[in-house]
Structures are given as structure tokens and as C-alpha cells.
Design a protein around this ligand. Structure first.
Ligand code: IMP
Ligand code: MG
Length: 173
């Protein structure tokens, strides 16, 4: 690995923002419980930190979808690699994702989940690159809107590396 990683959002900034998001989300679901659908693999780090900041009852499930496959970019077809373990019918589902980029993955995922009749369905992402959007996606909670740069850390990878960085950084090749 010869790449350098420049810090874009420090560990302290990420964590204090997640704290704020936790408060906002807890207020929204006051008196209800929330079922987190964490998108593997990148969404896991954010999901864990966010879940710790929620004060309403929380359950968690995981789903894995392919986003950058061979035909994905052109066709917008997304493949489910690992489905949820439990049904979501009647639940307040909050999808927790690392980043919304083109929006293709999320728009597919949200449609897919919607068809399973949850009580409510919302989307929470740590990072958003609005300039890159190809498919319209309604994001309910965004940690940080970032410029169009390739980022790693806090779950995000470059060739499966750097997910474990405690901050968000830009890879300089
Ligand atoms: P979308 O379907 O284009 O929105 O793709 C979203 C997925 O692409 C994310 O869940 C990430 O796995 C990946 N991705 C998009 N931008 C980045 C980035 O800057 N760094 C690492 N992964 C990214
Ligand atoms: Mg992802």
C-alpha cells in the first residue's frame, strides 16, 4: 500500500456528529422502537456508534448488496448478497449506510424494503456526496455532506483496506 490518507473529518468530529444524530433520531422515534438495517460492510462501524447513542429500544439486522459490480454502473441493477434475517413488516426501519454516492444502491434498497411493508422507512447516512447523485434518494439524516473525493475510514474501504481507520480520510494515490 503506497497510498497516503489525508484526514478529512477527524475522529472527534465524526464522534460528536454521531452523538448529535443519535439525539435527533431518538427524539424522532420517542415512544417507539427502531429497527436498524445496517448495510454491509461499510455501514457497520457507523451503525455501532450510532446505536450506542440511541435512547429508544433498538434492534439491528444486516443486509449486503452489490453496488459496484460489472453491470451495476450501466444498468443500475443491484444484487442482494445477504438478505435480512428477520421480517420488517410493521417495524420502524432505519437504514444505516456509510455513504450515498450515485444513489443507485440506496434507491434499489429502499424500494426493496418498502415492498416488505415496514411501519416506517427512513434513511440515515454518515456521508453524502450530493454532487455525484444520479438517482434521486431522500436522505432523512446526513452526518456530513462531502465533496466528490474518494474517501476511506469509518467503514469505507479502498480495495478492502482502511475500513478500520477511526476517521474519514481522502486517499492520495
Ligand atoms: P451508490 O450506489 O453509488 O450510492 O454507491 C454507494 C456505495 O459505493 C457505498 O455504499 C460505498 O460502498 C461505495 N462508495 C461510494 N463512494 C465511496 C468512497 O468515496 N469511498 C469508498 N466507497 C465508496
Ligand atoms: Mg456501502
Amino acid at each position: 500500500m503506497n497510498e497516503k490518507v489525508r484526514v478529512l473529518i477527524s475522529e472527534e468530529e465524526v464522534e460528536s456528529r454521531i452523538c448529535e444524530m443519535g439525539k435527533e433520531i431518538s427524539e424522532y422515534y420517542q415512544g417507539e422502537s427502531v429497527h436498524l438495517v445496517s448495510v454491509l460492510k461499510g455501514g457497520v462501524f457507523f451503525t455501532c456508534e450510532l446505536a450506542k447513542r440511541l435512547t429508544v429500544p433498538v434492534s439491528i439486522d444486516f443486509m449486503s448488496v452489490s453496488s459496484y459490480g460489472n453491470d451495476t454502473k450501466s444498468s443500475g441493477v443491484v444484487k442482494v448478497i445477504k438478505d435480512l434475517d428477520e421480517a420488517i413488516e410493521g417495524k420502524n426501519v432505519l437504514v444505516v449506510e456509510d455513504i450515498v454516492d450515485s444513489g443507485r444502491t440506496l434507491s434499489y434498497l429502499l424500494e426493496n424494503l418498502k415492498s416488505r411493508k415496514p411501519k416506517s422507512l427512513r434513511l440515515c447516512t454518515l456521508l453524502d456526496k450530493p454532487d455525484r447523485r444520479v438517482t434521486d434518494v431522500h436522505v432523512d439524516y446526513t452526518g456530513f455532506a462531502i465533496p466528490d473525493e474518494f474517501v476511506v475510514g469509518y467503514g469505507l474501504d479502498y480495495m478492502q483496506q482502511y475500513r478500520n481507520l477511526p476517521y474519514v480520510g481522502v486517499v492520495e494515490l
